[in-house]
Design a protein around this ligand. Sequence first.
Ligand code: ADP
Ligand code: ZN
Length: 542
Amino acid sequence: DISPDGETLEACAGVLQEVFGYDAFRGPQADIVRHVSEGGDALVLMPTGGGKSLCYQIPAIARARAGHGLTVVVSPLIALMHDQVGALIEAGVSAAFLNSSLTGEQAQQIEKQMLRGELTLLYAAPERLTTPRFLALLDSLHERGKLSLFAIDEAHCVSQWGHDFRPEYRALVVLHERFAGVPRVALTATADDLTREDIVTHLQLQDARRFVSSFDRPNIRYTIVEKKDGSAQLMRFIRDEHTGAQGHDAGIVYCQSRKRVEEVAGMLNDAGFNALPYHAGLDAALRQRHQDRFLREEGLIMVATIAFGMGIDKPDVRFVAHLDMPKNIEGYYQETGRAGRDGEAANAWMVYGLQDVVNQRRMIDESPAADEFKQVLRGKLDALLTLAEASDCRRMRLLSYFGEASTPCGNCDNCISPPALDDATESARKLLSCIYRVQQSSGMAFGAGHLMDILRGKVTEKVTQYGHDKLSTFGIGADLSETQWRALMRQLIAREAIHVDSAHFNTLHLADAARAILKGESQVWLRQLSEKKASSRSKSGR
Ligand code: ADP
Ligand code: ZN
């Protein structure tokens, strides 16, 4: 489009050096900038910190120099626009943004600059970009051949299956319909197969070349542990792994609810850590202030809901902790991906328990969505549960979810200290038959606590009331602790041998996969109690 083969890449390398001061492209950047500079559509999947921005900024500058005019960058986040535009201007590139933070007059000023052809890059929020008024402005550039490129950042926002669906992203298909021939590049750091297909379908990117980088973040150590007393575990983790002579590292702690965010932030501060809360319930100015402090000061812990983080470019976040389980692996991957962008060692640490599983299931069940939709959400949640329950390499599981084959990583909890496992098939069968017997004898289903009482042979009021002490399964599971029964239940829920009916007091029911276990066709493994594990570890000298 702008020059014959070879020359494009040379021009791009020139921009890389002159404007950004870098000597070489990283990984697939060279192929991407060349393809996009030459006018091809692209779908770029690259992990956080991989260098996505240059993948459109360099083509934008190269194409502008060749007389193609303006690149429009769609971004959902005002903070990110500010940062990027600021950096571009500093590097001598003519860039601006249009979003709700500008006055009407300022916005008009920028529109004028744009129409006069003075801008190389314009960042805009999707809802602004797709207004009739703005599209008409783009028409006038297009007619003069001065509309060069569209870059759609955080493209996974177009997918309703993702964790960050933004309906206004759907309207971006107009870019293809109205400005056919203007190349488009869509970028994201997180997209499983379903989300990728959604991006292609909803943005009409069937002909786009796909550039899929490895999703591996080798410097991030993944650890997922059972939740006992979540906040105490968190404090121990920060103290043991992230506190030195100079104080503690910067990190992000994700919680499910605003209330929990406030509690945990308060608790950390009381314990002498430096923590700030962040959630959508705080007023915008305070949120902004906390975010600014987190970016600027050292050693702050941001305790936040998922409202925090997208587009936050803080390179030295040393840990991301989840006190509550996210909705799916994409969310987990994206949130944990905010750790260690500088390439130095970082921790992704999560605690999760039976209650998390129940809560997430309930949120899906109670959502007003169609059944088909809920089924997809359940499938995505199950994949995360399987990752959490895994006793083999976490990274392999994570990467395989994104379609990437790998070998054990040596840098996750399970690789570092392989969990000792017990064959728990017999116990699983006891649990499943207990669920069955109880339901048969009482004509109703019961929750986890009651079932555990029956198995462990506890004579509670409820047990006597229903005559469950007369069942053949009463007391047959006294060999396992409550913790172990809970772990077993979680695993059987993850494997869909047990279904939790959240509409009926979280009662447990047999599900499809129960059959194979009851019939002895599939095995169940359970981590040994932590005391046993500790001793087997010390024997092996670790
Ligand atoms: P992403 O958006 O994919 O998370 P960024 O575009 O913010 O990543 O890039 C991450 C960091 O890597 C930035 O500081 C960026 O300047 C730097 N970077 C990107 N490409 C290169 C390169 N080719 N050489 C050196 N540094 C680079
Ligand atoms: Zn591993």
